[in-house]
Structures are given as C-alpha cells and as structure tokens.
Design a protein around this ligand. Sequence first.
Ligand SMILES: O=C(O)CCC(=O)C(=O)O
Length: 283
Amino acid sequence: MSFDVEAHEARLRRDGYTVIADFLSAEQIGAARAALTPHLGAHLGRNPFEGHETERVYTLVARGKVFEDVTEEPRLLSLLDRFLQPGYLLTASQAICIYPGEKAQAVHFDDGFYRQPRPRPAISLSVICAIDAFTAQNGATDVISGSHTWSGAEVDSLLGSNADGVGSTGTERGIEKHLRPMVMPAGAAIVFQGTLLHRGGANRSDAPRLAFTNQYCEPWARTQENFYLGVPRAWAARMSPRLQSLLGYNIWPPFMGQVTASHPLKSLQPGWQPPVVTQARDV
Ligand SMILES: O=C(O)CCC(=O)C(=O)O
C-alpha cells in the first residue's frame, strides 16, 4: 500500500493525530508479541498513571530486533521529519499491556513536562501501535481531536488548573464527551502530537490489550528515558546508524551531546574509554 505522507501530515496538523493502518505486518505483530511474552506477568504499574492493572516494559527498543525495526520505520520517520528537526531523538519506548478491570487513565498530553506555554509546536510526537486490536471495550487509546491547538487555559478548564504533568480524570468537567476511542486493528498505529490530550482507556473486556509506544523529541530536548544508561553500549554499537542517532549518539550542532569535545559515536568503538580516563594524570 502506498504511503501518502502529505495526507498524514495534514491530518496531524489539523486533528493532532493520524493513523497508519498497516504499520506492522502480520509477521511483526507475531514477533513483537513473542519478544514481549517473557517480560510480561511480573510488574504491574506503581501509580495510577502507569496503571495498577497495567504492565509496562520500558526500554523496548533494546528488547528485540522487531522493536529496532519499528523504531526506525521509514514511513514513520518520513512523517516525523516534517515536524521535528534533523537529529531528533527517541525519548520513550515501552510496551503497555492494559489488563481487564483497569480504569481509564488520567487525560494528559505527552510532552507536558516541557513546561512551555500552549498552544505551541509539539516538542515531541508519539506513536501508539496496537499489538492486540483496539476496541471500545478493551482500553483503546482515547483522544481529543484538535486539542493540540488548545491554550493552557482551555486545557485547565477541562482538566482543572491543579492538574500536574500527569493529567486529570476531569470527569466532573464533562471530559468524556470530548474523548474518541481509537478503535483500530492489530498492527495499526496512531501518530499524534505531544500536545494532544489523550489517555489509555478503561479495559472492560475479559482480555488484555497489548500495545507499544515510541515517542520522539526535538534533538535539543531532554529525553524521558536515559538510553545511554539503559541500552548497553555494546548493544547500541550493533544497531543501525539511524537508531544510534535516535538514541542520542549524535551532535545537535554545534556541540550539544559532545563527549569531552569528541563525537559521541566514538564511544561505540571497541575499547573506547572516556577521555577523562585516557587523559587522566596525577595531580
Ligand atoms: O496505553 C495507551 O493507550 C495510552 C497510554 C498513555 O498515554 C501514556 O501512558 O502516556
């Protein structure tokens, strides 16, 4: 199927989101599920935002070749290229399994921790990809179309001005009528602006809802996950140049990301030691 990047860009600008219906092939859905199975069943969320009946597997990009491939999926990157500056970064990478009985998550926007006045261009974009088909019963992501254009006052009027970076249920302010569940087949992915209001839906079905999310941010922004520490350097060294750049082994010109005045890619060469070690001298 051909990919109409202009049409996706137009929807992202107008509605704040777009859906790539055939993001994963059937083989990739199987591979993603198989790669995740050993990691699931151990750690429920630690707070209402993560979800007490939800399980998250962080640093997903380093948990199987399929996740490396989807992180640098060419159609997706061609779309992100239209919103983020060259050298943009992966900021978060996690699987999200919402179990039966989970309540709806607080409504939030993903880059709210970049505390800049709204409306503003997104500093990040998010992808949520269905590994299980999303239905209105099993916890499909709920979005508020067009909310990426809202001012801070408009967001506060719905979420409440006390809402912190992790959002609010907003039930008392009639938030429900604005929310639209992203019902979509397994393998489809929603791409949305980091300023779009959304939440993980309640799972009222009798089966888990498995998905993964990758988020990408401007090359000058601090990332949510610290991939330099989370992904062993030997593993990063085996990844593609584009993925290495997405993980931060790159420079935002002229010198953000430098390692003691050298390029961070040098740190992936065999035998590399931090310059402060090799240049150490007795004092
Ligand atoms: O799982 C979902 O559908 C959305 C999760 C989400 O928005 C988040 O955890 O930030």
